[in-house]
Design a protein around this ligand. Structure first.
Ligand SMILES: [Zn+2]
Ligand SMILES: [Zn+2]
Length: 369
C-alpha cells in the first residue's frame, strides 16, 4: 500500500497502525480538517492534533516545514467546494522546508537543502497530458493539502520531482506565497495571451493578483493594468504597486481591455469583466471553484454585448511543474518580494477567517517552529 493515493479513513487507520511509512510515536503537530464545515458558523474548522512523524518512501524527501502559505483554496476544501477524499487531512500547498531525510532512489539532494512544495504533488506521468508538460490536466493529478497531507504541520513527505529549489534571496515566509498565488498567477498570464502594449484587467486584488501586477509590469513594460476590487484598501494597494487605474467591481474601466484575469470567488465580476473586454478579448478565470452565493448573476449575461464579437472565457486548472520552476526564476529576477502577514501554526483558524472576511493586505503565511 502506498501513501500516494486517496484512501478511506479505515484504510488510513490500518495504514497508520501498520506504520510502514510512519514512526509510531505521535509527535508531529498538525492542524487538520476533520469534516466539511461552514465558516460563517464554525470559527475553528481546523483542529490541532499530534500525528505520527511521516517517513519518506522511495523517490520522496521528508521536509521539516518552516512556513506554509494560507490560500483561498483551503476555504474551498473546508467548506466542501473541493473537499478532501478522506479525513483528517492536513491542508496547505505553499510549503517551504528543509530536507530532514531522503528516501531510496533520490539523488541530487542533501540534508538541509531548502525546497518548496506547490499545489502539484503528483500525476500519473504516462498519459498524453503528462508527457506533453500539461500534467496539471492529468486525470490522476494529486493536489498537495487536498488529496495528500500538506503543509499545516511540522513535516511533509513529497516526491523529489515535485520539490522545487527556492532562490536564496527569499526568506522562508516570503517564498511561501510564491508557490501558489505566484505560480498560478504566472500560468494565468501565459493563458491570457497578452503581449507588451496590451491592456490587462485584474478583477479582485488578493495575493495572486498583487503578484501578477508585479510580473506584468516587469514582463510587459508598455502595458497598462486596470484593477477592479471591492474595497478602497485593495484599490489603493493596487495603485501603490503601479496600476494605471483602480475602481470597484461594477465600475467601467476608462478603456476596453485586451484580456482580464479574474481572481474572485464569485460570479458577478465575471459578467462585468466580459463587458470591459475589447472584441476578441479573453477572460481568464483563475479560481479552482466558484461560490454559488451569487450564481443568479449569470442570468444578467447578455450575449450581444458580453460574449459576441469573439470574446473568450478560459479557466486555469492547477499548475504544471514548469509553471513553478519558471515563475520562481522570474520572481528572483524581478525580484518579487511578496508582502506577507505572518501567523504561528496554532493560529491557522484565525488566518483562514481573516482571509474569508477579506482582511487582506498581501499574503497570509503560517510559521512553524
Ligand atoms: Zn493556493
Ligand atoms: Zn497523467
Amino acid at each position: 500500500m502506498t501513501y500516494d493515493r486517496p484512501c478511506s479513513e479505515k484504510d488510513l487507520f490500518f495504514f497508520v497502525i501498520s506504520a510502514q511509512q510512519y514512526k509510531l510515536n505521535p509527535s508531529m503537530k498538525a492542524m487538520v480538517i476533520n469534516a466539511v464545515s461552514n465558516l460563517d458558523f464554525q470559527s475553528e474548522p481546523l483542529e490541532m492534533v499530534s500525528l505520527p512523524d511521516p517517513l519518506p518512501g522511495p523517490g520522496e524527501v521528508l521536509l521539516r516545514i518552516k512556513s506554509c502559505g494560507v490560500c483561498h483554496t483551503e476555504l474551498d476544501e473546508i467548506e466542501g467546494r473541493t473537499p478532501p477524499p478522506w479525513y483528517p487531512m492536513i491542508p496547505g500547498h505553499q510549503v517551504v522546508g528543509r530536507i530532514e531525510s531522503i528516501g531510496r532512489g533520490v539523488s541530487g539532494f542533501q540534508k538541509g537543502d531548502r525546497l518548496g512544495v506547490a499545489w502539484i504533488f503528483s500525476s500519473c506521468g504516462t498519459c498524453s497530458f503528462c508527457i506533453s508538460g500539461k500534467e496539471n490536466l492529468c486525470r490522476d493529478f494529486k493536489a498537495t493539502g487536498r488529496d495528500i497531507n500538506g503543509g499545516y504541520a511540522e513535516f511533509i513527505t513529497v516526491p523529489a520531482v515535485s520539490a522545487f529549489v527556492i532562490p536564496d534571496q527569499f526568506s522562508d515566509v516570503e517564498a511561501a506565497p510564491l508557490l501558489c498565488a505566484g505560480a498560478i498567477g504566472y500560468r494565468s498570464i501565459k493563458l491570457s495571451g497578452m503581449k507588451d502594449g496590451h491592456r490587462l484587467g485584474l478583477t479582485g486584488f488578493g495575493a495572486s493578483a498583487h503578484l501578477m501586477l508585479k510580473m506584468i509590469l516587469h514582463k510587459f513594460p508598455s502595458s497598462k493594468v486596470y484593477v477592479f476590487a471591492r474595497s478602497k484598501k485593495e484599490q489603493g494597494f493596487a495603485m501603490d504597486l503601479g496600476a494605471t487605474w483602480a475602481g470597484d467591481t461594477g465600475d467601467t474601466s476608462p478603456e476596453k481591455l485586451d484580456a482580464i484575469i479574474d481572481t474572485t470567488p464569485v460570479w458577478k465580476p465575471v459578467v462585468e469583466a466580459l463587458r470591459q473586454l475589447k472584441p476578441g478579448g479573453r477572460l481568464v478565470i483563475n479560481a479552482i471553484r466558484k461560490e454559488d452565493t451569487d450564481k443568479e448573476q449569470l442570468l444578467q449575461l447578455d450575449y450581444t454585448s458580453d460574449l459576441w464579437m469573439e470574446k473568450e472565457i478560459k479557466s486555469v486548472a492547477n499548475v504544471a511543474r514548469s509553471d513553478v520552476i519558471e515563475f520562481l526564476a522570474l520572481a528572483a529576477e524581478i525580484p518579487i518580494i511578496p508582502e506577507v502577514q505572518v501567523y504561528p501554526l496554532e493560529e491557522a483558524n484565525k488566518a483562514l477567517l481573516e482571509l474569508k472576511n477579506r482582511k487582506i493586505r498581501g499574503a497570509k503565511v503560517l510559521t512553524i517552529d
